[in-house]
Design a protein around this ligand. Structure first.
Ligand code: 9MR
Length: 451
């Protein structure tokens, strides 16, 4: 608060000024510290400039801005070292393309200087207007995929998809509850649109997922016919679907998440109840009969972190290989966190699949930056951890034997679209792109993993 000084001057009878009714502050209310600004993420990023702003600070009559090439602010960018500015927004210009910059700001009021603000970082785009580095699919020697939703196969989504990826997985529109919503009524509207889009644009389709306990239509859960009728219905559904997409869908997750998280046992489901414990191999055989060339995968989560579950699933797969039940690959769903699992754990779990001579799919990759819900915004530090974890995942994958390489699939395009927001009910930023379609450090981490 500023000094308040109200002097009411009255010219008295004797002609001398009289001070009365004075209300005076001697400066005791002066704040000892001035609030530091809180910077928003930079916007309007070009190859040579970006814009940054922050809420106005009460009592500040200006700001000092630092821009550096390093997070420790030792390598300042001329002339942005404590540069004075009067307003709570600023455009930093004359920068290099494809370079990461760090910004912090202090408030000033006469002799007072606040602490530094939070540090925000930004990477300028490269001179051609796209991101630095190669598109992911060009940099990788394996397929790089993304989970898609049919209503987002256009606009900026489409632009990024076509630039970065060579494979797609439908996030939910090629599951049984969507393709078979009611008895006798197969509905391929969404799946056709997805597959046709991919074929027209030259991307591979990984089909996901024919049988999944979490995407089973109610009428199937409540099936009223005999067990034999149930089995025939499932056989028809699988064969009709796989035949429809023969030559267009390269691979299928036929059964998804069949094992319990603990105990190494098969999960109970309507399929297991009505068709028996061997329901999985039946589904795999029907898939192969419908399309001799399609790649058949088993896909499950917590495969790195839950060794008992992994062993059970791998034992099933080994048994399939021994008995000639068709199976080509194993999908490790990579719903992981910035701090877990370790690179070593991912590496050794991956080896268990590749030692079997199977294809390995790192499917459903997203890396939670906020698993403990201790962040309201994605901090630079956490974004760095996330970048490192993505790099590690890609490094592990890149190092597996060539004959086991199938691809890595990222589970969505941008942070505001991830299933995790609804699932956990708190903020997170698990993907490679920000909500505004700008790429994140995690994206850079993917490219670094390929170096
Ligand atoms: O991310 C998917 C979400 O959009 C769907 O609503 C949901 C149900 O179809 O499935 C989510 O994807 C799941 C995937 O198919 C299997 N592994 C777990 C994924 C997250 O639940």
């Amino acid at each position: 608060m500023h000094i308040i000084l109200i002097r009411l001057l009255v010219i008295g009878a004797i002609g001398s000024p009289i001070l009365f009714g004075a209300c005076e502050s001697d400066g005791a209310d002066e704040p000892a510290v001035l609030m530091a600004p809180n910077l928003s993420a930079p916007t309007e990023v070009t190859a040579s400039s970006f814009f940054v702003d922050w809420p106005f600070i009460e009592g500040a009559d200006g700001y000092q801005i630092d821009v550096a090439r390093d997070e420790a602010f030792t390598d300042f960018v001329e002339p942005y070292q404590g540069i004075r500015h009067n307003f709570s927004e600023f455009t930093v210009s004359d920068l290099e393309p494809a370079t990461t910059y760090y910004v912090r700001v202090r408030s000033i009021s006469r002799d007072l200087v606040s602490d530094n603000s939070n540090v925000v970082s930004v990477t300028t785009i490269n001179a051609s207007g796209s991101e630095p580095g190669s598109p992911l699919k060009d940099a990788a020697e394996f397929s790089v995929g993304m989970a898609v939703q049919v209503n987002k196969l256009n606009g900026q989504h489409q632009e990024i998809l076509l630039r970065e990826y060579d494979q797609i997985t439908s996030e939910y529109e090629m599951k049984m509850n969507i393709m078979y919503p009611s008895e006798g009524n197969l509905d391929f509207t969404q799946s056709d649109a997805t597959v046709n889009w991919a074929v027209e644009n030259g991307l591979d389709v990984h089909g996901h997922a024919l049988i999944w306990h979490n995407a089973t239509p109610t009428w199937v859960e409540e099936f009223s016919g005999t067990d034999q009728e149930f089995e025939t219905m499932i056989e028809d559904y699988i064969k009709t679907t796989v035949t429809r997409y023969k030559g267009k869908v390269k691979s299928w997750d036929v059964v998804n998440e069949a094992f319990e998280d603990v105990g190494g046992v098969l999960r109970n489901s309507v399929f297991r109840e009505k068709m028996g414990d061997d329901y999985i191999e039946k589904c795999y055989r029907w898939t192969r009969e419908a399309d001799p060339d399609v790649l058949i995968f088993y896909n499950d989560y917590n495969m790195v972190t839950h060794p008992v579950k992994r062993t059970a699933a791998l034992n099933m797969v080994k048994d399939f290989l021994d008995r000639g039940v068709p199976i080509d690959g194993f999908g490790y769903q990579m719903h992981i966190s910035h701090d877990n699992p370790s690179k070593e754990a991912i590496e050794s779990a991956a080896k268990e699949v590749t030692d079997l001579g199977l294809l390995l799919h790192f499917s459903e990759l997203d890396v939670r930056a906020n698993p403990a819900n201790d962040l309201e915004v994605l901090t630079i530090q956490r974004a760095n951890y996330q970048q490192n974890k993505v790099r590690e995942v890609v490094e592990v994958y890149n190092a597996i034997p060539e004959e086991s390489k199938f691809g890595i699939t990222i589970w969505g395009m941008k942070d505001d679209e991830t299933w995790l927001l609804e699932f956990w009910g708190h903020p997170d930023w698990p993907l490679l792109y920000n909500a505004d379609f700008s790429f994140k450090r995690a994206h850079t981490g993917f490219l670094e993993g390929l170096e």
